[in-house]
Design a protein around this ligand. Structure first.
Ligand code: NAP
Length: 322
């Protein structure tokens, strides 16, 4: 099979190379990949720093061509969406059946391929906030792929959703996706109380933070007692310095910060992916594809993603998809 392969001697750290077909383990199905989606963490982390000769890729959708030997998972011919620690950017992929969701009729394979990392992280991050019905939830980096799914799922879960973006041009889109309020922040913002002052209706129950740095520091100040900030992403690349007092006295009382990494929280994600695909099918979720092209354009799409030039998710189609 052919696969995008880490090659640090190539200008983009990637080459389309021949590999032996993957040999699935007993609890794995073999998938013919029709489309895969790209993530920021792959563009700036996995590709430039990954191990030479390995096939990257977390998200792929396609069709089962060999069912798992242990009898688990979908049958041959089932259209599926898959998550894995690598191997998605290839013609064939072996995946644990626990990490496979099935697709209803009518769901586009490219749109489905955006679900695993982006919508899976959004769903599982929001669950960590506990019940959100009637509560205020702040989403930072709201214009990101994960952010857009987080807004939609938080609104569906009954939260009052506040989107924080650094791009004023995204405001209308974020409202259409479910944000009840949009805060436009400066990328050069500092920590401190400015964000508390912008939220005129008081503190929030939860924050899903995709940005880190000073925005994380400011967002933590908005959390009510009993609430939680989930440190999901680090798009700013900046460190966090919390002012003295943020963890003491009235400001510091009973507010939590916790971290999250989907690939270490993936048990049973196949069932979640099946549910999310059902929402896509019914029009209850917008995949927000902002870039779509043939998989031969992988390096170009990754560069655009790393530079913040993709408004939403980037999807690449294999010839088998057409
Ligand atoms: N923990 C996990 O398991 C997990 C899973 C998936 C993703 N992530 C992380 O979540 C983040 C988003 O991932 P993605 O793939 O959805 O990214 P993406 O679609 O490429 O979006 C990145 C967004 O981050 C914001 N941003 C970028 N640079 C910024 C800066 N200097 N200051 C403030 N905001 C900035 C922008 O949002 P606005 O335009 O709205 O300001 C931008 O649209 C990444 O850090 C990624 O590594 C973590």
């Amino acid at each position: 099979m052919r696969a995008w392969t880490i090659d640090h001697s190539a200008p983009d750290h990637l080459a389309l190379a021949e590999h032996p077909d993957p040999e699935p383990g007993p609890g794995q199905a073999l998938i013919e990949v029709a489309a895969f989606s790209l993530n920021y963490g792959e563009a700036v982390g996995v590709v430039p720093h990954g191990e030479n000769g390995t096939v990257p890729g977390w998200d792929a959708a396609g069709v089962v061509v060999r069912a798992a030997a242990d009898g688990s998972g979908p049958a041959v011919g089932t259209r599926v969406v898959t998550l894995g620690p690598g191997g998605a950017w290839a013609e064939l992929r072996a995946v644990d059946t626990d990490w496979i969701g099935t697709l209803p009729e009518g769901v586009d394979l490219g749109e489905a391929s955006t679900l695993p990392v982006a919508a899976g992280s959004a769903l599982r991050g929001l669950r960590r906030l506990g019940p959100i019905l009637g509560r205020r939830v702040l989403v930072t980096g709201a214009g990101s792929g994960v952010g857009r799914y987080t807004l939609q799922l938080a609104a569906r879960g009954g939260a009052h959703v506040i989107a924080l973006t650094t791009d004023p041009a995204k405001e209308e889109t974020l409202r259409a996706l479910g944000a009840h309020e949009v805060v436009v922040a400066d990328r050069g913002a500092s920590g401190g109380a400015w964000l508390v002052e912008r939220l005129s209706d008081g503190p929030v129950h939860g924050v899903i933070d995709m940005v880190g740095g000073a925005i994380r520091v400011a967002a933590y100040r908005t959390v009510a007692p009993g609430g939680t900030l989930i440190a999901m992403g680090h798009s700013s690349g900046a460190a966090e310095t919390f002012p003295h007092g943020d963890f003491a006295g009235p400001l510091g009382h009973d507010r939590a910060i916790t971290s999250f990494f989907l690939l270490h929280d993936g048990a049973g994600i196949g069932a979640d992916l099946t549910w999310l695909a059902g929402l896509l099918a019914s029009g209850g979720l917008d995949a927000g594809v902002g870039w779509r092209g043939p998989w031969t354009g992988g390096a170009e799409a990754l560069a655009a993603l790393a530079e913040g030039k993709v408004p939403g998710k980037a999807v690449l189609d294999l010839p088998s998809a057409t």
